[in-house]
Design a protein around this ligand. Structure first.
Ligand SMILES: [Zn+2]
Length: 136
């Protein structure tokens, strides 16, 4: 499995900029509702559970489980040609939300639903980091 990650800049927005900015300080943060305590990912303006606009950024444990995955054998974009093959996972975070991420440092036959995963923050460009998960 290839661990190379070609950097493709996310569409800039206030919320995505805030999400990625926490990695600069070594933190993995997602939003949490101050009113009801629900965790959220993808970043949003309003709580999906209670409707409150009072969301704040809170540090996550970095622990999760493998909810689903797919192995990419053919580059969906020519710029990703050097990355293939790679595996994209849907990770069930310990805090509740699910996050799409690359998987790293694993043997494909070992992947299993519910497999314990651990966050690894990977630099992909100057002052830009992505959350990547590997077996715990
Ligand atoms: Zn809420």
């Amino acid at each position: 499995m290839n661990d190379k990650i070609t950097f493709i800049a996310p569409a800039p927005s206030k919320l995505s900029d805030e999400f990625y900015s926490h990695f600069l300080n070594g933190n993995f943060c997602i939003q949490k509702c101050s009113a009801c305590g629900a965790w959220h990912h993808i970043p949003r303006q309003r709580c999906a559970h209670c409707g409150s606009f009072d969301l704040h950024w809170a540090a996550c444990s970095g622990n999760g489980e493998l909810f689903s995955w797919t192995e990419t054998l053919t580059a969906p974009l020519s710029s990703l040609q050097e990355d293939v093959p790679f595996t994209v996972a849907l990770v069930q975070l310990e805090e509740g939300p699910r996050l799409v991420s690359r998987l790293s440092n694993f043997d494909p036959p070992d992947l299993a639903l519910g497999m314990k995963l651990r966050l690894k923050v990977q630099p992909v460009a100057d002052e830009f980091f992505l959350p990547v998960f590997e077996p715990a």
